[in-house]
Design a protein around this ligand. Structure first.
Ligand code: SF4
Length: 354
């Protein structure tokens, strides 16, 4: 720990008090906060792992209305679960959630972070969130928001490989600070502080409840912390085909054994469609998966009856009615792309990156 962090720990009680008082006044009224249960905490944590809260909110509401507890989710079909997740991305989370429900349903719920971590897809951060919020175990949650707050409070200039490495480094300090009586509220307050006040590019130090303990509060260098090693990114160019035929759209279903997006549907790559003649439509999007940035170009393909018959014989290709797009587990970026194309008012400008 830095000398600053060593000074902070004796002030932990005052730090917690100021943080919780701020949280009581400023927390966002999220549905998993107004009604707390292990199930709702698990669903919200998995949904928000790689997705912004604002995006996850309507998904969460629909999800808990349809599957209100572990028992009902455990009985769901995987295809329905994936379709309900469509648009959130990182579909492994949906499969892990279904598998977790099948293991937990009908048994006593695990109560500790260590026990939750035994489930696939539940890492140290998620396990600590579930155990502290739903079962009041005094363990700290250290996500990217908490890393940012603690790096700034401590004035830590070390360069970390990634957020996971940084989180490990800050876990002892976070555990020393966590409120033993209200660990769930404390953890949510730390995350909320990072999300709404100690923001990445523009920390609002003037309204920060813990500014008096912060090594860099109010200074320009606050926005530069935490520091990470710059990653080398690769770029790949992919041309996708938007094929429409008799009110249906052609999608490719990734095999269940695929390393990426297993079981999910995507717009097919143009190069994989034999006999396809691409029209003029050319929309460009960028999306990043892991360390690769995909430059995706969408081209419109007019299917002839002969081509449509040929593609219908490909086991991985599927024709989906435009009206049923929501029921297919089409990857989020492609679902949005198709919806925009079908709705002229939302249509992106040709060749322009949104
Ligand atoms: Fe973040 Fe500023 Fe608060 Fe420090 S004072 S924790 S930099 S918002």
């Amino acid at each position: 720990m830095t000398p600053h962090e060593q000074k902070l720990i004796p002030a932990a009680a005052a730090f917690r008090k100021a943080l919780l008082a701020w949280f009581a006044r400023h927390q966002r009224p999220l549905p998993w906060r107004t009604e707390v249960s292990a199930y709702r905490t698990v669903v919200s944590e998995l949904m928000c792992q790689q997705t912004q809260i604002a995006t996850a909110l309507p998904y969460f509401e629909r999800w808990v209305a349809r599957w209100p507890d572990f028992q009902s989710l455990a009985r769901a079909q995987e295809a329905d679960v994936l379709a309900a997740w469509a648009g959130l991305g990182y579909y492994t989370r949906a499969r892990n959630l279904l598998a977790l429900a099948q293991q937990v349903a009908g048994r006593p719920e695990p109560r500790t972070a260590a026990a939750w971590q035994a489930f696939k897809g539940v890492g140290p951060y998620t396990a600590a969130a579930i155990a502290s919020i739903a079962f009041h175990e005094p363990v700290a949650v250290v996500d990217g928001n908490v890393v940012r707050v603690l790096a700034r409070i401590g004035g830590v200039k070390e360069k970390f490989k990634d957020t996971t490495t940084a989180a490990k480094s800050f876990t002892p300090l976070a555990n020393a600070l966590v409120d033993p009586k209200r660990p769930g509220d404390h953890n949510q307050a730390m995350m909320e502080l990072g999300a709404t006040v100690c923001r990445k590019a523009s920390p609002d130090c003037a309204h920060c409840p813990v500014a008096r303990w912060c090594a860099v509060g109010g200074r320009a260098e606050a926005a530069q912390l935490p520091r990470f090693v710059t990653k080398v990114r690769k770029t790949a160019a992919v041309t996708r085909a938007l094929v429409q035929y008799r009110g249906k759209i052609l999608v490719r279903r990734n095999p269940r054994a695929a390393r990426r997006l297993a079981g999910m549907a995507e717009l097919p790559e143009l190069a994989t469609l034999r006999g396809a003649e691409a029209g003029e439509l050319a929309l460009v999007r960028r999306r990043s998966i892991g360390s690769v940035t995909y430059e995706e170009t969408l081209r419109e393909v007019v299917a002839t009856a002969a081509a449509a018959r040929t593609w219908s014989q490909d086991a991985e290709l599927e024709w989906v009615a435009v009206t049923e797009l929501d029921t297919v587990a089409l990857t989020g970026p492609h679902l949005r792309w198709v919806r925009e194309w079908l709705s002229p008012s939302d249509r992106p400008v040709r060749g322009k990156r949104p």
